[in-house]
Write a protein that binds this ligand. Sequence first.
Ligand code: NDP
Length: 450
Amino acid sequence: MIISKNPYTGEEVFSIKEYTNIEVEEALEVANKRFVSWKNTSFEERSKLMLKAAVELRKNKQEYAENITQEMGKPITQAIAEIEKCAWVCEYYAENAASQLSKDSISTNAFKSYITYEPIGVILAVMPWNYPFWQVFRFAAPALMAGNIGVLKHASNVMQSANNIQKVFERAGFPKGCFQNLPISSSKVEAIIRDFRIKAVTLTGSKPAGSTVASIAGEEIKKSVLELGGSNALVVFRDAAIEDTVRTCVQARFQNTGQSCIAGKRLLLHESIAKDFLEKFTKEVRELKSGDPMDSETYIGVMAREDLAEDLEKQVQQSLKEGAKILVGGKRDKTYFEPTILTEVTPDMPVFKEETFGPVISVTTFKTEKEAIDMVNSSAFGLGVSVFTENLDAAESMVPQFEDGAVFINELVKSDPRLPFGGTKISGYGRELSLHGIQEFVNKKTVYIK
Ligand code: NDP
């Protein structure tokens, strides 16, 4: 049995029998057979269904969101926003896939030469619990629109949401087998990647999981896309608009109870504004409302699992031993972790150099632009960075110096169906969303006619 436990109440909320090897085999066969017909459907047909998926999501957003909140402790208003964003990505690809995958003519010596973008088959998605719907939809919407088939191995603590996602596609009218949830533990993933019917794999999660999955895919010469988290910096220069920046940084770090790969985890403040900034920042953090995730007033819920909260506590404790100071918070009660600000953090401390996956922000000051950029780049992660300044020319001139996959100026790093999303270094490789996401899992076929 795979069991979901409500991390706020401790109660069991869902259980599902794990698929046997035979059931996995049957599911892969259904998926593979479906590909034969699905790849020949028109973009119009796929669009119609994808728009229906968006309608289904909006219609039943309360129910889907409540299940998310029960399974992983996300505040209900944020769960509803997540479902709405999934509807958006469905609509985006329903509208844009045909043009994104239309034939590209290239002028050569040939009478005619061009590229076509063709689906490759059944793709395995290994997904995490932090955005149980969004992480899956940002893979599934482009994959299905491109003519591929999806099979999902979701995180073991959010199997109800995994089932709900399959339900969304079924209710929208997608043919059986276009998208299937496989209720399995991670031990079954290797055989699935090696199966001849699986053509590629995408994984969002931790480095160990990503490294294991990508190694197996590599051995089988199958493509992988990895989105493995980050330790984004929020860099505040002396001329930043302080009030707005404070508000944005609070959201960047504390939404989703800090459990986001693109959260701003390292706050880098110019020393001249650090005191003033921290006063205002601390005030806002103290006002964040913790409580029952089902309460629409709650902004900080609980962490998804107690072991994750314990890991975070260890990172905080070790950093304190190494000289960091607690400005706010720092305490844990089971899955609840107080919103926490740590100051006097140096780049060799765990809260700076590791990913902190919860409501903890580290604060470090800098004197010069170069020092700030070096600190941003000193991270092993490379997902994104936010820069706050009124001097847009100066900010833009810094862009090439950052090693990350995204630079946001005066804004938190966020995903948007229209923009590519992904990292460098140990944050992974490949891109999701936009034209770049839909083109990850297609055969870019060169056609040459003399
Ligand atoms: P994991 O990386 O372990 O889990 C993510 C997904 O990978 C789950 O579906 C999991 O299945 C699966 N998985 C785990 N190990 C393997 C494996 N060896 N082979 C195949 N599949 C595997 O994340 P955790 O939930 O343990 O979180 C740990 C840390 O990972 C977090 O603290 C955070 O730092 C990072 N993380 C990053 C995320 C992001 O958005 N980039 C999201 C979630 C976590 P199962 O649940 O059955 O183990």
